[in-house]
Design a protein around this ligand. Structure first.
Ligand code: HEC
Length: 250
């Protein structure tokens, strides 16, 4: 009946809000990283601990992948540190030395109607992308918004050499790190295992991805006004309801 009521638009909005409300309950906050910071010091293995130390220390990762969200693109980071990042570009966005692809200008690009995305109008917004969270990062290869890096080892090597492209807009926080191979593998172990919520890995509630199977019509063939058989009381009534509703298409 929804089809012929003015509530179609309302339904769309409520459906979207319902999905959003549901997604907001999906908080992957039971990782070894979280357990460690709530006092279970054995939650991270010694190697993952070295990885965490490298992440915060010599790797300089936590400068951008900061706090419990492992990202500076959050309202709390914005409130604490202001609208500009350390280079002077838009907070939460950085040029990390990926290729300068003029079809993919990132924060320096323009939206519909030629409206620029950048708010600071800093050159550092050119080819700058939003810092993503690293929660469950072991489950979401390949990496970067282009998927250019197949593994976390590749990502760590990328940062270790200070990015792939030395462009003028590259963040001052991206420079060669000279990590040892042990520091690199510890960093990968920390990210791959220390940041994974097992409930997501095992598809346990609330990450059991409920679905609404919607048949696309093939198994609900039209049968005509008489249906697939008579009903009790048909003979008492000459009107078999041949009149079809005049549905609106808009
Ligand atoms: C200057 C800020 C900055 C620093 C420092 C930084 N990152 Fe990033 N990181 C980013 C941004 C921005 C992206 C998104 C790039 C893209 O999507 O193209 C990203 C993406 C990633 C990704 C891929 C995420 C995904 O979902 O694809 C991983 C993994 C990662 N960083 C790990 C690290 C590690 C490990 C370090 C330290 C060695 C580090 N980052 C240092 C800003 C930074």
């Amino acid at each position: 009946m929804l089809r012929s009521t003015p509530d179609r638009g309302t339904f769309t909005v409520i459906w979207g809000l319902a999905i959003q409300a549901y997604e907001q309950t999906l908080i992957p906050d039971r990782t070894p990283f979280d357990r460690f910071f709530s006092g279970h010091l054995g939650a991270l293995t010694p190697r993952q601990l070295l990885g965490l130390a490298t992440f915060v220390g010599r790797g300089n990762c936590a400068t951008c992948h900061s706090g419990p969200m492992l990202s500076d693109a959050t309202t709390s980071f914005f409130n604490a540190h202001g609208a500009l990042n350390r280079d002077g570009g838009d907070q939460g966005f950085h040029n990390i030395g990926l290729p300068d692809d003029f079809n993919d200008g990132g924060r320096g690009d323009f939206g519909p109607g030629g409206v620029p995305f950048t708010v600071s109008f800093s050159d550092f917004d050119n080819f700058a992308f939003k810092t993503p969270t690293l929660r469950n990062i072991g489950l979401t290869a390949p990496y970067f918004h282009t998927g250019a890096k197949p593994t976390l080892e590749d990502v760590v090597d990328f940062y270790d050499r200070g990015g792939d492209f030395p462009n003028p807009e590259k963040s001052a926080d991206i420079k060669p790190l000279h990590l040892s191979s042990f520091e690199k593998s510890a960093l990968v172990d920390f990210m791959r295992n220390g940041l994974t919520d097992c409930r997501v890995l095992k598809q346990r509630a609330p990450f059991d991805h409920p679905e609404l199977p919607v048949p696309n019509g093939t198994n609900l063939a039209a049968v005509g006004a008489e249906g697939i058989g008579p009903c009790q009381g048909d003979d008492d009534d000459d009107d078999h309801g041949h009149g079809h509703g005049h549905g609106h298409d808009d």
